[in-house]
Design a protein. Structure first.
Length: 282
């Protein structure tokens, strides 16, 4: 079977985007080769692998779990069923954190950043790499309660971070419980924020992701409360806190942060004008 024949057949069952992604990954093709190699014969071994991948996608499994990776911001991150899949919405937090840290700490030579509930580490790693040219040293702490997620995070840190001025510390911790550092300049997080009663109604492919990283309690804001309250003793004066939130949680999350004593609170909305990130200064 040629690549063109397999692609045409696969598009009808899983769509253009997913078919292209699976073929490019398992045949190790870039965009140019994908187009130029349409008449290429697929070996029986590769064809079997591709057919298995397509069946997994038809059964609802996300492409990122099938390929084991997902592009995010400026890098490709390893993922596993123990981690959330990095999404474009989270890049909004990354972009804003880079801008805020650059502006607020422009006179500093060193900066300390905590990525809490880090999963793949995509937030902290992306922010640290983008800021590596602005600071002499960046201390980056990546923390998660899941040891399986931290294993993926560790691999990402080792393969993606090449900058010598980024020092990485990976910690297994239930939120702040095992984190001894008390002087972070920025705490960034994509915590669980989906309401418990909504989780069973999510799309099938989302339900492949770890419930531990989805369940935000009865109103979805349990972790916003816990992080907001406990981050106060971990941030330096003037420190930045940013969290990803649900599409309709902005005002409630903002109220929580204001009640905890934060200032300059703000909501950042996504391209569809939905609440996406809440941020504040201590």
């Amino acid at each position: 079977m040629t690549l063109k024949q397999f692609y045409t057949q696969t598009v009808s069952s899983i769509g253009t985007t997913d078919a292209r992604a699976l073929i490019m990954h398992f045949l190790d093709l870039d965009g140019t080769r994908f187009v130029l190699d349409m008449d290429r014969e697929i070996s029986p071994e590769k064809l079997k692998t591709l057919e298995q991948a397509v069946r997994r996608r038809i059964d609802g499994e996300p492409v990122a779990y099938i390929t084991g990776e997902r592009g995010f911001f400026e890098n490709t991150f390893k993922v596993s069923p123990a981690t959330l899949i990095p999404r474009a919405d989270t890049e909004i937090l990354v972009e804003d954190a880079i801008a805020e840290i650059s502006k607020r700490f422009s006179d500093r030579k060193e900066i300390r950043i905590l990525d809490l509930c880090c999963g793949t580490g995509c937030i902290g790693i992306s922010v640290a790499k983008a800021l590596s040219g602005r600071f002499d040293k960046i201390d980056l702490t990546l923390s998660d309660i899941s040891e399986e997620a931290l294993s993926v995070c560790r691999e990402n840190a080792e393969t993606i971070i090449s900058e010598q001025n980024i020092a990485v510390n990976i910690i297994g911790s239930n939120l702040f419980e095992s984190i001894v550092e008390h002087s972070f300049d920025a705490i960034l997080s994509n915590p669980p924020y989906i309401r418990k009663d909504v989780i069973p109604t999510l799309e099938k492919q989302v339900l492949f992701e770890p419930v531990l990283a989805l369940d935000g309690g009865a109103d979805g804001l349990d972790f916003v409360r816990l992080i907001s309250e406990n981050a106060k003793s971990r941030l330096t004066e003037g420190g930045l806190i940013e969290m990803e939130i649900g599409y309709d949680q902005g005002h409630e999350a903002l109220s929580i942060m204001q009640e905890c004593g934060y200032r300059q609170t703000a909501i950042i909305r996504d391209l569809e004008n939905c609440d996406r990130v809440v941020k504040a200064i201590l």
